[in-house]
Design a protein around this ligand. Sequence first.
Ligand code: EPZ
Length: 420
Amino acid sequence: MLEKLKITGGKQLFGEIAVCGAKNAAVAIIPAALLVNGVCRIENIPDIKDVRLIIDMLVRLGASVTYVDDTTIEVNSSKLKTHIAPMELASRMRASYYLLGALLGRMNRAEVSLPGGCNFGTRPIDLHEKGFRAMGATVEIKDGIVYTEAQQLTGTTIYLDTVSVGATINIMLAAVLAKGRTVIENAAKEPHIVDVANFLNAMGANVRGAGTDVIRINGVPEMKGGTYSIIPDQIEAGTFMLLAAAAGGEVLVRNIIPTHMNCLTSKLEEMGVNVTEYDDSIRIESDGNLKGTSVRTMPYPGFPTDLQPQMVALLSTVGGKSTVDENVWDNRFQYISELLNMGADITINGRRANISGTTLHGAEVTATDLRAGAALIIAGAAAEGVTEIASPHYIDRGYSDIERRLRSIGVKIERIFEAD
Ligand code: EPZ
């Protein structure tokens, strides 16, 4: 059976929608539980495919994982049985690279296949390797498998040549049980970096400075466990804000940390969207009379690359011209061909997309990755007529129960199944 999401566009949206726990924090915090010699209770876990996959991998490594309720798990890693990650699972997702730092930190060795995940240009792991080596580990890549081992991980100063979310987190994971002090310079500052550091500290680690350019980790002999609640997903929140702006109407996005959204909020206001911030929610009001702008993706606190496709979808529907520069990934514009099928007027020049706003029409399109899929939902909701999005499994990797939640604010969306 072929699965698709079918959206009938052109309806304004009204009501409230709540944001789930952050995917990119969860896929780091769950492997981080491997470092803990005791029970970690992790709350506000999003119910998405990537999270289920990483939980399966922990279980195969010997951790016991119990669901307390839909969004809470307890992980007990006191009796790990192997340092070898299950290859067929690990190769399916990018975040499996966190098993390297976590297993190296806990068991002094790890074997994990090279990560898969969304494909938008080269996705090297050289900075992760540089960090592990600087701490005294050997790292070798053979036949698509990364082997790393250390007699004794020892803290040191590591400068990251490029700001990398993955390398910052992986080095933190390797460092929390290492001997002495590790300093990460030019560290990434995304909200989920701070969340992982807070989790590690709640379990007994000593991590300081997360959220700034310099993170200092003083190794501790053991982490004993505790309870932690994952932050709301900045990218899911942004996706809903952009959806409401594109479709028009009035939507309250709940369970949000408004400061994480500053960069998007100011862009939306510049375009003519009415944005009201409350303690933990943001109201979006849009009459559909918006104007174009320019956006440049940058590491946090800049505009997130993971909202770039959704922003391009919105900009394709508003008056005037816009430009979007992708500065994080080499090749994150593949999905634009799908927007062109819907009537968008976009030309690509290297890492810049030049957009002239127009009226989109429904079409048969394909999600090429997670955020590309989210962009097509936004385009479909703003377009005239019916849009069918093939390969919605990409969307399910990062957005939980998406059609039910979007229906609650008035999106006409359903999952359909067609014979092959
Ligand atoms: C994380 O990927 C996210 N994934 C991505 O989100 C996100 O796009 C990205 O950070 C940037 O914000 C997860 O958290 C699981 P990076 P990551 O290391 O860690 C270069 C989504 O849609 N680089 O910050 O893999 C790299 O080529 C996903 O949810 C090196 O050169 O990204 C890129 O240009 C997709 N060497 C830049 O750094 C390295 O060793 C940033 O990558 C590592 C990265």
